[in-house]
Design a protein around this ligand. Sequence first.
Ligand SMILES: Cc1ncc(CO)c(N)n1
Length: 223
Amino acid sequence: MDIFERLKAAAKAEWSSYVDHDFVRQMGAGTLAPPAFQTYLVQDYLFLIQFARAYALAIYKSRSLADMRAAQRGLSAILDVEMDLHVRLCGRWGLTPAAIEAAPEHLATIAYTRFVLDCGVSGDLLDLHVALAPCVIGYAEIGRRLAPDGVAALGDHPYRDWIGEYAGEVYQEIAAGARAHLAALAARSMTEQRFAELAALFAKASRLEADFWQMALNDVAAG
Ligand SMILES: Cc1ncc(CO)c(N)n1
């Protein structure tokens, strides 16, 4: 069992509140209300700006070039891969990057991103990567789950672009790389006494992921 499996097992309830969230189920079923998806994607764009800062912080907190390169891959996954999806989809709704960046951040966006940044500022590189893990590895798991028969089988699914992005090979490899790096980092610097502390960080980040989905559902319910 690698460190990621151990963290997931230690935070079972929080993890499933995230990956089995209603938002995810509705998206998979194609029944998710488009305004909820739009709210989510605009907030996610703002979220990714802060997560790019968190990966930049991981470069700063690295003592070896190998750790720096791992963090750089996370940063480039956001800047060169994920952001393209967000810009493309928001563009279809007539939203420019400038308009999205001018949108106010929801509290759920602020809570999650600043929590992760604080883990990095107050802790070490392992704390920071554990706080980042639910994000990158979780979306790969969700993507695979929503496209069990592969991206091609999605047909004209209303959320095929989103699902295809996270189920696709490029993102799956990014997540596998992040998972392998986390395992190497833990093998090098984790003590057993520290595991409970790391599991608490992981559980909190997973809960903040669930709150992020919920924020988009609540926003639409509130009109
Ligand atoms: C909220 C959230 N979690 C994870 C990811 C994956 O990068 C994302 N784009 N947004």
